[in-house]
Design a protein around this ligand. Structure first.
Ligand code: PRT
Ligand code: ZN
Length: 304
């Protein structure tokens, strides 16, 4: 039985995540926030779902796009940069699109940046003509060089990209940057961004049908709920009637603020779901505007 035939008869969903590395822990936390649980044992690469038909594959991130393309797993949590690199590689080899980005997950944020020695004067990409660019994303960078007619050469490296100019392997680099500390430590400076990346839920290019399609719908629904709840706070307080308009002004960014008269009282109960951290400054502003008995709570789940 070939790979796609095997995938076709599977009735449980498989999600691949990084076994270790930067995205392993946040990916597990996100799936746990969706209410999914697995029996995970040390050195085990396949973990059966406990009370839902969703199993987990623990792999290297670079393998995730290929596992989806081959139908070995249905979804994967992987950096957009890894997905884009594999998509560029497939297009170079005239292979059809085999996976797609379903959701951006807001974790593992970084940029794929061109970086040059700090003492260089950067004007524009013409500076790169005839130079060697060291990168762990050779297909992506190669395609950019061709499309933008940069006239540079790609030096493909698996790791330690930032040290390449010092070692004489390349003139400049194109690497992932989050804080910029590694570039600075190697006397390099970022000059332009090729890709803004973060971890994404990647899945098949064509819709799953049958039982796995239905499980995939549940996964996406719960993921949306978890992502929506993640940076939301529920703010509740009481106020006198004449204070309500000013308080609503202070909650202009909130989702569906609600105001209700408290039975047998002249006071009104107000509540709103706000995005991001709810700072002490914001609480003080509400108090000064007449909010009393303030309560801020983390939101665990949100269903539309
Ligand atoms: O073992 P496996 O193959 O699974 O993992 P890996 O070593 O290939 O990848 P890993 O775990 O390092 O990264 C996984 C994903 O995290 C990447 O594909 C990115 O999508 C994302 N990510 C986010 C990063 C960074 N930030 C990051 N800063 N991946 C790598 N880096 C490296 C970068 O290459 C450079 O060496 O960190 C260094 C720069 O960091 P700063 O903070 O000094 O700028
Ligand atoms: Zn990797």
């Amino acid at each position: 039985m070939n790979v796609s035939a095997r995938a076709a008869v599977r009735d449980r969903l498989r999600i691949a995540i990084q076994k270790s590395g930067r995205l392993g822990t946040p990916a597990r936390a996100l799936l746990a926030a969706c209410g999914f649980t697995w029996c995970e044992e040390r050195e085990q690469l396949f973990c059966g779902g406990v009370d839902q038909p969703i199993d987990l594959l623990l792999v290297r991130d670079d393998d995730i796009p290929g596992l989806i393309a081959d139908g070995v797993c249905d979804f994967g949590i992987v950096g957009r940069n890894v997905l884009a690199e594999e998509a560029a590689r497939r297009s170079e080899s005239n292979l059809a699109d085999a996976f797609t980005e379903f959701r951006a997950l807001g974790i593992g944020r970084c940029r794929l940046d061109i970086a040059v020695p700090v003492e260089w004067e950067w004007r524009d990409t013409s500076v790169l003509a005839g130079l060697r660019i060291a990168t762990s994303h050779p297909c992506l960078v190669g395609r950019w060089i061709r499309e933008a007619a940069i006239g540079a050469e790609v030096v493909a490296l698996a790791g330690s990209v930032e040290i390449a100019p010092k070692l004489g392997q390349a003139d400049v680099v194109c690497d992932l940057v989050s804080t910029g500390a590694t570039l600075a430590a190697n006397r390099l400076k970022p000059v332009m961004t090729l890709l803004d990346s973060e971890a994404v839920l990647a899945g098949p290019a064509t819709r799953l049908d049958g039982p796995r399609g239905a499980i995939a719908d549940v996964l996406l629904q719960r993921l949306d709920s978890a992502l929506r709840a993640e940076d939301r706070r529920l703010v509740m307080f009481e106020a006198e009637r004449d204070r309500v308009p000013a308080l609503l002004d202070l909650l202009a960014d909130a989702e569906t603020p609600t105001t209700m008269r408290i039975d047998g009282s002249e006071m009104y109960a107000m509540q709103a779901v706000c995005r991001g951290a709810f700072t002490w400054q914001r609480l003080d502003d509400l108090r000064r505007a007449g909010a009393r008995r303030l309560l801020v709570a983390a939101v665990e789940r949100m269903l539309a």
